[in-house]
Design a protein around this ligand. Structure first.
Ligand code: M6R
Length: 605
């Protein structure tokens, strides 16, 4: 959940670290710090609570030249948000930054008699002291003994006081990427910090030690043998990770959705049909399975809910959706005829990764829908379908959601075709309908001002409900999550027919209801539910298709989306729901891109 960066080379380390931390800030923004090797060898730590901007203020008068250092932006796990708990941590000759959780830090504190030494409440400082006590001048040997002692997940970047100009790193689960560039050697938790300097990088292999010097990046296994990790290349540049004139990343990413959809869909269409040959996914994967588990967290899980609502009726195989953090405690039924579809933008979400490993162990084939190339989930899954959304920086997921849906729709179509549930013609018509959503999304993006106006009454209220039936209910879940995470308005989604079984007691003129009714076969029933909440005084925002026949006085605001096929309404609806949340946050004067308590990648359980 934290952002990590290390640099050694001819340029100003302080400048590179601070700029890199700004790029990585979406990974965590409770506090930030850097450690720079100055004056030959002294390691100087500057850290503070708050955002990277606070750290930059603290550093603005630092004139000392520095060419080697490490930096960290924190999302608190162990210990509150205090300067002491901010990274880097220093212990004797060791200065380190850490992303992850050391689960056995209590035992280590006792074993190494650290009680009187610790100045923070963090597991990371305990790790620093343990490493210092194992260090006898040979960094690799000390790190080898160090990781034998650790339980949990970690990405560490380490400076040893007697090794100026060198940075050591190791990871288990938590991500790290590294590169040697003409500007020096650089390592980070995320590519966004590397791309200003290079497009070529390596994913640091788990349990291998990385040594960065100004001249090279070398990697060693725990037996000391040098290894040669594969060099990968990113296909996006710095522009993709900048706001480019938009006031917020979220708005920019909402606008990028039509293009991202084209990038995800078009390369996979051959003769009008979905085709995964270039992705290396054989049809047998789809033909042979007798059940499908979809596993993911948050927004990605909501994309899975939409997929399930389409998949099961079409394919006539059991399809379940699980929250990844619950999956392994559900004791799921898995066998070698199970297909587990894993959905993750980052490809690093720890619960999703753990669920995927469990499914694989139990014999399931795994197919991951992932945005970040080379991420852990992508590497470990049997098959990967990359979405091509480019970097998503805003914490609230927008374009990642729509491309996940696009990828899932392609999977559904191919699966239905190879299982004989759709003819070639029907599959081609499905793909055509899918492509039609692109202009529909563009049309909704163009209407953003209308949505901004409509949101005003919402922001004065503490609560909101989203209601819908069947597919519309699956969309509602995502609408409610978006609204609560960035506007802090308490929002919940309900299956519209379920309201009468309790929740309607909460409806009053103080509670706005966003009702989604885009499915023709249940339209009348959904509208009856809208009448029920309206009769109890709710301020109703109704979203239907253009052609839907609804009494114009039924709702306070009626938004029409273009007439795409019922199966595909999620795409323009997603834009409306994202814009509702965006403008609610904006009108409340909140931090749209970095809402409180959150971080982009959830790499701790
Ligand atoms: O990277 P992932 O797709 O695995 O992340 C899963 C969730 O943490 C994520 O979708 C989260 O719910 C969204 N950022 C919320 O907008």
């Amino acid at each position: 959940m934290c952002g990590i960066i290390g640099y050694t080379g001819p340029l100003s380390a302080r400048k590179i670290l601070l700029e890199g931390l700004s790029q990585l800030e979406y990974r965590g923004y409770d506090s930030a710090g850097i450690a720079c090797v100055e004056d030959g060898a002294a390691v100087r730590v500057t850290k503070t609570t708050g955002k990277v901007a606070e750290l930059k203020k603290l550093c603005q008068n630092d004139r000392e030249e520095t060419h080697c250092g490490i930096g960290h932006t924190r999302w608190a796990t162990h210990g509150g948000v205090t300067r002491e708990n901010a990274h880097p941590h220093q212990a004797g000759r060791v200065t380190l930054i850490h992303n992850g959780i050391i689960e056995n830090y209590h035992q280590l504190t006792k074993e190494y008699h650290l009680e009187g030494k610790l100045v923070s409440q963090t597991d990371s400082e305990v790790a620093a002291w343990v490493l210092d006590s194992l260090y006898d001048g040979d960094p690799k040997a000390a790190i080898r003994r160090f990781v034998e002692k650790l339980e949990g997940s970690y990405g560490f970047c380490i400076l040893f006081a007697d090794r100026p100009g060198e940075i050591y790193a190791i990871r288990r689960v938590s991500p790290l990427v590294a590169a040697y560039t003409r500007a020096g050697s650089i390592i980070a938790s995320d590519l966004t910090a590397l791309i200003p300097y290079t497009k070529k990088y390596m994913v640091v292999p788990e349990d291998q030690i990385v040594k960065l010097t100004p001249y090279q990046v070398r990697v060693f296994d725990l037996d000391g043998r040098e290894t040669q990790p594969e060099i990968l290349e990113v296909n996006w540049d710095t522009d993709a990770a900048m706001k480019n004139g938009f006031p917020h990343f979220m708005l920019k990413e909402i606008h990028e959705q039509p293009e991202a959809l084209k990038n995800t869909i078009l390369p996979r269409i051959s003769k009008g049909m979905p085709d995964f040959s270039d992705d290396g996914i054989p049809d047998e994967v789809f033909k042979q399975c007798s059940q499908v588990h979809i596993v993911a967290c948050g927004t990605a899980m909501h994309a899975g809910m939409v997929a399930r609502a389409l998949m099961e009726p079409l394919l006539r195989v059991p399809v379940s959706v699980s929250i990844a953090s619950e999956f392994r405690y559900e004791d799921p039924l898995i066998d070698e005829k199970t297909l587990t579809i894993i959905i993750s933008q980052s490809g690093e979400t720890i619960d999703t990764l753990a669920a995927m490993r469990l499914a694989k162990e139990a014999g399931s084939k795994t197919l991951a829908v992932v945005n970040v190339k080379g991420s852990t989930i992508a590497r470990e899954s049997d098959f990967v379908l990359y979405t091509h959304a480019g970097p998503e920086i805003a914490v609230a997921s927008t374009k990642a959601y729509s491309v996940q849906l696009a990828a899932l729709y392609l999977i559904i179509c191919r699966m239905a075709y190879v299982r004989g549930k759709m003819s070639g013609e029907e599959s081609a018509a499905f793909v055509k309908d899918l492509l039609d959503v692109i202009p529909a999304m563009e049309a909704m993006i163009r209407r953003k001002e209308e949505i901004r106006q409509m949101v005003r009454p919402l922001v004065e209220k503490p609560d909101a409900f989203f209601i819908g039936r069947n597919l519309d209910y699956a969309f509602s879940l995502e609408g409610a999550l978006k609204l609560k995470e960035i506007s802090y308005i308490h929002a919940d989604a309900y299956a519209a027919g379920e309201l009468k079984h309790g929740t309607i007691a909460l409806i009053s003129d103080e509670v706005p209801v966003i009702a989604i009714a885009t499915q023709e076969r249940i339209f009348a029933k959904s509208i009856s539910n809208v009448r029920e909440v309206k009769a109890r005084g709710a301020y109703v925002i109704l979203i239907t298709k253009e052609s839907a026949q609804a009494d114009e006085n039924l709702a306070d605001v009626h938004i029409h989306i273009p007439d795409v096929h019922d199966r595909f309404t999620v795409f323009p609806i997603a834009v409306v729901l994202q814009l509702i949340a965006y403008y609610a946050s904006l009108l409340k004067g909140l931090d749209v891109d970095q809402p409180r308590n959150l971080a982009k990648s959830v790499t701790v359980e």
